[in-house]
Design a protein around this ligand. Structure first.
Ligand SMILES: [Zn+2]
Length: 104
C-alpha cells in the first residue's frame, strides 16, 4: 500500500467528515488509510471508487435543482391557496387560524 503524494485533509468531526478516502498519520507517524468507499474498506490496496469532485458537484447541483423546483411549487401552491382564501366567505378566519397554527 502506497500513500498518494496529495496533501491529507484535516480530520473532521461528525459534521465535517471527509467525503472520500484519505490518508492520516497515526501517533507513530505511520500512514493510515481512512477509507471513504467500500472498495477500500474491503481492500486497502484496491483502486479508490470515491466520487470525484466533478461527480459530487453534479450530484449537489441536481439536489439544488430539485430543491428549487420544490420551492417554486410551494410558491405556486401558496399563491393558489391565498387566492382561494380571498374568494372564500370564511377566508379571513381560516387565514387567521392558519397563521396561529403556524406560529405566526
Ligand atoms: Zn475511496
Amino acid at each position: 500500500m502506497t500513500a498518494p503524494a496529495a496533501v491529507q485533509p484535516a480530520l473532521g468531526d461528525a459534521n465535517t467528515l471527509p467525503s472520500g478516502c484519505y490518508w492520516s498519520t497515526d501517533p507513530d507517524d505511520g500512514l493510515l488509510l481512512i477509507p471513504g468507499c467500500m472498495a477500500r474498506v474491503q481492500d486497502p490496496d484496491a483502486d479508490c471508487t470515491c466520487a470525484t469532485l466533478a461527480a459530487r458537484l453534479a450530484r449537489v447541483e441536481e439536489e439544488l435543482r430539485e430543491e428549487r423546483e420544490k420551492a417554486a411549487y410551494a410558491r405556486r401552491w401558496y399563491a393558489a391557496v391565498a387566492e382561494a382564501l380571498d374568494a372564500h366567505p370564511a377566508g379571513r378566519e381560516i387565514r387567521t387560524d392558519a397563521h396561529r397554527r403556524a406560529g405566526r
